[in-house]
Design a protein around this ligand. Structure first.
Ligand code: ATP
Ligand code: MG
Length: 706
């Protein structure tokens, strides 16, 4: 058949593909499976295949249904299809596709009874937990909700939950029998309220097709070609929907990479991908090895990360071959603490931006969403816009909003004591225990609350007489500064949310044991392997620049009890500065060699000792060494900062943080060179504010001179 009028000719369409990709694109109608590693063009291949099938007249655009796992990936697929001039083909998530179909078929399979999507699922889980006599704290409810989701995604009914949970070695939030009771109560409450949750959308869609032949017939007449991206993360429930869509047909193209299976904890499994040829022995199977996304340096690291994986199933042992020109080596760097790590990452991002990398081509990826705060702050300090993906901005998090409310209320009658201790006490009822919870939502919540205490500690170190009022005002300023309406910015995302995406520069942060792999994976080999795959997903997001960093302590000046991720052993080159730093640290030699991207070693200008922690480095002295603060100058600088902040309509700390002002007032830099040597003042700030600050300094006589 002739190509469709108006669209690009197949010749153009196929021009940019390699022979293996072409084999998948041009395979005749029927089952096709592309098993390939990250960045090999799987997504590109399926988009081309859809286009090719349409152009060659096998199907019309309206008969195509392509599914993937995130709304963003589905959007990306639609954009790419439009770029190929394909209009009318559907690219959706499983849920969005099911929602649409159910709305259409519902009156025929159920009748006039209306339904709605559940609003406030946690409330419903709460009622169910109450009925079943389980805990009803918010974190428990979240974990119970995840457990019910896992069961439904795994096609496990309430009565079968205890046995299934034991088989899958689930870490249950309550005794399995009790979870089963909550699950039963949840289902009946939901049915009584005539609402459906997301998993019900899939269940009902499958049932409508399985049980109503007229519905199935109409559906199968309408859709004739199915495509699934990221098939390694399909759940039994999604597979059931896919089977219902297909019926006895086999027009199915699946693509995936078993090494990127990162949702096993939620019930997903790579088995359907790996067993595809068992189910469809006549399938065209294509393996791609050429990596078009990343430089050979990044590809080599990715190969090494994944080759260490244990028990890799047959079919997942692919070795990527980098196709791009050579680029910089991946950077590994260790920091004393998280704020130092974040500051260095933000600094490096600024350099990349100044050298021409667009903000939207840079990502900071972390293991859990609560890690975003310190990066949000570090980027805000350098005035770099950012977008938080797949998670909420720090100040929008529920526990942070609750904490702010509690702190504000406490301002009415501030408790006695040092600010950090007061904050700790106020946040304890919200979940800030002395010891961190092992994992799950409670741990994320704990981390977020601890971040608030740390802001208090920083404030006390920089502002004389900082009290609860001052602290709450500071938090409010920060909350405000984190809500500028940005359209373009650095992406902050969890590794899970980064699947399928790519950036020129990727910063993998917090690559320390306990975070990556996450603590609660310890002791469970399968969970550890999933963490390793998560690191592989992270590494393979980078096109050119890749940085892996970790911090020995969480807080500035804190005890350095952490160590780098176990996944990095054997990956960092022997002669790499980081390897040396680690070795030198063990011998306690005072001056370790430093490499690019490392925190420079600085010494106290009062006692000459090595400075540890962000605050001492900023101030240029140990915290216990006497301050030679010029109070008059500090007051003048503060006044100047307030004026400038008003004029520029930004919060004052965006101009200079309190710590930077304090350092200026202590060190009284006499010229630009001395000013820029203060940590927190880069070239951009020097250009913008340097002259004003220097003239302020020369205009204000030392209080002690008068
Ligand atoms: P992931 O496993 O991470 O989802 P993927 O296999 O789906 O990766 P794609 O996103 O399709 O990979 O492709 C990775 C990058 O390589 C994209 O920028 C894509 O445009 C490019 N690419 C793919 N195939 C080719 C090719 N034959 N020539 C040039 N560039 C290509
Ligand atoms: Mg892809």
């Amino acid at each position: 058949m002739l190509p469709m009028a108006g669209g690009p000719r197949p010749g153009n369409l196929l021009a940019g593909l390699d022979p293996d990709q072409l084999a998948a694109v041009e395979a005749p109608r029927g089952p096709v499976c592309v098993l390939a590693g990250a960045g090999t063009g799987k997504t590109r291949t399926i988009v081309s295949r859809i286009t090719h099938l349409i152009h060659s007249g096998h199907v019309t655009p309206g008969q195509v249904l392509a599914v993937t796992f995130t709304a963003r990936a589905a959007g990306e697929m639609r954009t790419r299809l439009l770029a190929m001039d394909v209009h009318g083909a559907q690219a959706r998530t499983f849920h969005a596709a099911a929602l649409r179909q159910l709305r259409y078929f519902w009156p025929r399979v159920v009748g006039d009874a209306p339904w709605d999507l559940v609003d406030g699922k946690l409330r419903l889980v709460g009622q169910a937990a109450h009925r079943a006599g389980a805990g009803t704290e918010r974190d428990t409810l979240r974990d119970l909700a995840s457990e019910i989701e896992w069961a439904k995604a795994s096609l496990v009914a309430p009565e079968d939950y205890p046995a299934a949970a034991a088989r899958a070695r689930r870490d249950t939030p309550a005794p399995a029998e009790q979870v089963a009771k909550v699950y039963t109560a949840y289902e009946s409450l939901k049915n009584a309220a005539r609402v459906l949750d997301f998993d019900d959308l899939l269940l009902h869609t499958a049932a409508a097709l399985e049980e109503h032949s007229a519905v199935a017939e109409e559906f199968r007449d309408r859709y004739r070609c199915f495509v699934v991206d990221e098939y390694q993360d399909v759940t039994p429930l999604q597979q059931r929907v896919l089977d219902a869509w297909l019926g006895h047909r086999d027009d199915l193209t699946v693509v995936g990479d078993a090494n990127q299976t990162i949702y096993s904890f939620a019930g997903a499994s790579p088995r359907p991908l790996l067993d595809f040829t068992r189910r469809f022995p006549e399938a065209t199977v294509v393996r791609l090895e050429r990596d078009y996304r990343s430089t050979p340096e990044v590809v080599s690291l990715a190969n090494r990360v994944i080759s260490a994986a244990r028990d890799r199933p047959a079919g997942s042992r692919l070795r990527l071959i980098g196709q791009r020109p050579t680029g910089p080596e991946p950077v590994f760097a260790e920091y004393d603490d998280e704020p130092a790590e974040a500051a260095a990452v933000a600094g490096r991002i600024k350099e990349l931006v100044e050298q021409g990398t667009p903000l939207s081509e840079i990502a900071v990826l972390y293991r859990v969403n609560a890690q975003s705060e310190v990066y949000e702050q570090a980027l805000a300090e350098l005035e770099l816009p950012y977008l938080v993906r797949g998670g909420e901005r720090f100040f929008a998090r529920q526990e942070v909003r609750q904490a702010m409310a509690a702190l504000r209320t406490a301002c009415g009658r501030p408790p006695e004591g040092e600010l950090p201790a007061v904050v700790r006490a106020l946040l304890a009822p919200l979940g800030l225990s002395d010891e961190p919870p092992a994992g799950g939502s409670a741990r994320e919540r704990w981390e977020a609350l601890l971040a608030l205490v740390e802001l208090g500690e920083e404030l006390v170190a920089t502002v004389a007489d900082a009290d609860l009022h001052r602290y709450v005002a500071e938090l409010e300023q920060r909350a405000q500064a984190q809500h500028p309406p940005t359209v373009e910015g650095v992406t902050l995302a969890s590794l899970h949310a980064a699947k399928g995406l790519e950036w020129d520069a990727v910063f993998l942060v917090g690559v320390a044991d306990g975070t990556m792999p996450i603590q609660h994976a310890d002791g469970d080999d399968a969970a550890i392997e999933e963490e390793r795959r998560l690191l592989y997903v992270g590494v393979t997001r980078a096109r050119v620049h890749l940085s892996l960093t970790w911090a020995l302590s969480r807080t500035a000046g804190g005890k350095r009890y952490r160590r780098r991720s176990r996944f990095l052993y054997g990956l960092i080159p022997e002669n790499h500065p980081t390897a040396r730093v680690a070795a030198v640290r063990q011998q306690e030699t005072p001056r370790p060699a430093m490499g690019r991207g490392m925190t420079p070693v600085r010494y106290c200008r009062v006692c000459g000792d090595k400075l540890v922690g962000t605050m001492p480095v900023k101030l240029g002295r140990c915290q216990h060494c006497p301050s030679d603060l010029d109070e008059g100058l500090l007051a003048a600088l503060r006044e100047w900062r307030v004026d400038r902040a008003k004029g520029l309509k930004v919060p004052p700390y965006v101009i200079f943080t309190d710590a930077t002002l304090l350092a200026i007032a202590e060190q009284r830099p006499a010229d630009r060179a001395a000013l820029v040597s203060i940590s927190g003042i880069g070239a951009a700030k020097l250009d913008r504010f340097g002259a004003e600050v220097l003239s302020l300094i020369s205009g204000v006589h030392r209080s002690s001179d008068v």
